[in-house]
Design a protein around this ligand. Sequence first.
Ligand SMILES: Nc1nc2c(ncn2[C@@H]2O[C@H](COP(=O)(O)OP(=O)(O)O)[C@@H](O)[C@H]2O)c(=O)[nH]1
Ligand SMILES: [Mg+2]
Length: 484
Amino acid sequence: MGHLNDTICAIATPIGEGGVGIIRVSGPRSLEIASNVVALKSGLSLGDIPSHTLCLGDILLSTTQSVSPKNGNHPTPLDQVLVAIMRAPKSFTGENTVEIHCHGGQLILSMACEAVIQQGARLAEPGEFTRRAFLNGRMDLTQAEAVLDTIRATTSAGLKVAQEQLRGKLSKKIEHIRDELIRLLANIEAGMDFVEEDISFISPEDLERSLKFLLDEISTILNTAGDGRLVREGLVASIIGKPNVGKSSLLNALLETDRAIVSSVPGTTRDVLEEEVKILGVCIRLIDTAGLRHTQNEIEIEGIRRTTHALEQAGLLLIVVDGSQELSDGDVEIINENCDKKKIVVLNKADLPMKIEESTLRSLLSPEASQEDKEHSASLRIVTMSAKTGMGLEKLRQEIRSLAYGPFFESGEPVFITRLRHKLALERAKEAVTNTLCALDQNFSGECLAVDLRVALDALGEIIGVVSTEDILDHIFKEFCIGK
Ligand SMILES: Nc1nc2c(ncn2[C@@H]2O[C@H](COP(=O)(O)OP(=O)(O)O)[C@@H](O)[C@H]2O)c(=O)[nH]1
Ligand SMILES: [Mg+2]
């Protein structure tokens, strides 16, 4: 990764044809470089143009790059362009930035980018513009991550959380906790200087109260990790059940296509099919599986092995039961297994005369069960529907959404963490604050308390990037595309 004193450039728009394509140039020499490439219609030099203006001009190719060699030593125009100028520090990167808006063709864009490079800019690395924005103090690390999440968001829920993070909601919360930790640390350290005189700057009771409050705050944010991850990565839902109950039909109904082969021959689905679908704002990876049954068929055995694997991955199980048939031991077994997973029982084929009702299903599941199992069956979500006619499908979508998200998302919890990186750092901070409380309880010295508090402070600092290493930055920005 280069230094901030060179000027970087990249095509910022995606590959392919488009109305407009943008070359982005950022760094100390960007105005000078761009003015060697673009001639403004007004005849003015780019250096004389005020910041945050848009000017019409022509990209001029040097003679070596020229598309018409007959033109002698005169540079030839490549394309008519609009040039946007944003001077430091009021730009995305915090540096002098020029954006050249060409027509969105791949040849034009690569030739224009080449012209900028010939004038002394360097091709940017993935995420380098955002990395510069971070290094120049335009945003902190959680905001830089939110830039990527905003671009990648595929659901409205994902976009909302990414936008809130981009606007600094998570950073403010973390900074607030850090400020309080710094205040406590300052008090403890001041006390350490006056230990001879026995002057204390904060009473052990006040310190304990404050630390417990901070511990609560950290735990509250940590508790959003599950929902946050779901918002960013989506949820894997496996459709399981005996053969022929309508699993593939359910996949097709939720996808609103004929993706999977549906047949009355049991054991038709041999392989595991995976498709992505948006269900009321939640991104779900739906997996249709082979029916679970005992079989000698080699291919089906492999299908069932893959089904078991899909089951392990799943955060949600959609267990399909054919409601037009009597409930079998096989059905009950599948429902009662995997107690640790969120699940919905789909009582399918409700367009036919039903032999199983929701209430009988509940009582049949655990007539002589332990209290725990009874609670399990009472809380079990059951949706009666028909994959064939679509009846009950909307109810199923609502159940999936409400099960997918925990209480935090629905209640509009102000702050979310969406990345493992945040979670691990918060866990370290939580452990360090807990250790401080233990040390306080055992009347340890101020030095001991301060050591633990500093660990907490650094862990939280890593989240927003107050404390960062090249490794952390490389890891975060390598996920970005070039030009962002
Ligand atoms: N009447 C009715 N038939 C269904 C329904 N869902 C599936 N089927 C039929 O049940 C058979 C098995 O369906 P399929 O989706 O292949 O089941 P899978 O083996 O569990 O994947 C097919 O003949 C489907 O047409 C439904 O809701 N109502
Ligand atoms: Mg099937």
